[in-house]
Design a protein around this ligand. Structure first.
Ligand code: RUB
Length: 321
């Protein structure tokens, strides 16, 4: 099967994820699950083998869009490991059931981790945020629902300025928001009680991979004595790092940093645009998940529990038809 046989919903989802129309690790995972369901529901495959081949092609197309957010392969892994049956209708039904269960689980996990994260926030606290994370926002939402009043320094987050989304969302929750340029973060850290960020991937050693700039913020926060809290559902745990793999850091279009006209004005320079960076565990105080709060160094225990020692991607590993 080749790409033109993919269901349009898969192609649209892949394009929306690649262009960041849909962005943020949790939303990417939910979109991938819905696209797999659309592919399964619309399939006119005549044999189970043909059906599986279609799903495999859809999974590959979705996975190639953004390499850093592990929620995407984890979503595919979740669905693939539950795709079973001897006939096309049975296989189709299993994909519908597992993708729907996956979406419900994502939502549940986010509100559960929100309640855990909210316990760290005291009435009158000030947080500092980076990028836009729905997991981090869930902690604030739960704290506000619990009657706590909060303030926030919101980093704008160059180059795509996802901080604007965070600023709007926090203001709608009734949080008192101050939007700042990224380079003002250290200046205001003395006034912050917590740095609260999300994650795209968490490695077995407790390293946190999140939007570029997170690691610098964490190092500054450590120097200032401000705790760094990472809100991340367990879908962000990267099972392949248990066996020594590293997390690929996505590099994006240089024009996100500087447009062609401005660049021509600058002259002959290189431009680099890495989308994410790695914060070593020593700069992270806590990882808040739906299963509770963990020091980064102990997240490996949770990973082993959830993923076991085998980390095959049934649809994605080499050799699978
Ligand atoms: C988004 C980003 C977010 C994480 C977590 O980067 O770094 O902090 O994805 O988000 P981008 P969530 O805008 O490049 O996708 O908590 O919503 O899963």
């Amino acid at each position: 099967m080749d790409s033109q046989d993919l269901h349009p919903a898969v192609e649209t989802a892949a394009e929306d994820i690649a262009s960041m129309e849909i962005r943020g690790a949790a939303a990417i995972a939910a979109t991938a699950a819905a696209a797999l369901r659309a592919q399964a529901e619309a399939s006119d495959a005549e044999t189970p083998e043909a059906f599986r081949a279609e799903l495999l092609a859809a999974a590959r197309r979705l996975r190639e869009t953004r390499p850093t957010a592990v929620s995407l392969p984890n979503a595919i892994r979740y669905v693939a490991s539950r795709t079973e049956g001897d006939s096309v209708p049975a296989l189709r039904e299993s994909v519908v059931v597992s993708t729907t269960a996956f979406e419900a689980r994502l939502e549940r996990a986010q509100s559960e981790l929100g309640r855990v994260g909210a316990n760290r926030l005291q009435n009158g606290d000030t947080i500092m945020t980076h990028c836009h994370s729905t997991d981090a926002l869930a902690c604030v939402e739960a704290a506000v629902e619990g009657g706590k009043e909060l303030s926030a320094f919101v980093k704008e987050t160059r180059p795509r300025q996802q901080g604007h989304i965070t600023a709007r969302a926090l203001a709608e929750l009734g949080v008192s928001v101050t939007l700042i340029v990224d380079s003002a973060a250290r200046h205001y850290l003395d006034e912050a009680d917590h740095v609260l960020v999300g994650a795209d991937s968490i490695a077995a050693d407790g390293s946190v991979i999140n939007k570029i700039g997170t690691s610098g913020l964490a190092v500054n926060a450590r120097e200032r004595g401000v705790p760094v809290v990472v809100a991340a559902q367990t879908i962000k745990l990267h099972p392949e790092t248990l066996t020594g793999h590293t997390v690929e850091i996505e590099t994006r279009d240089e024009r996100e940093v500087v447009d062609d006209e401005a660049r021509a004005g600058i002259g002959d320079v290189a431009v680099a645009n890495p989308a994410f960076d790695v914060t070593p565990p020593r700069y992270v105080d806590a990882i808040v998940t739906e299963s509770g709060q963990f020091p980064p160094e102990s997240v490996v225990t949770l990973m082993r529990e959830l993923f076991g020692e085998e980390h095959r991607d049934p649809w994605l590993d080499a050799g699978v038809p």
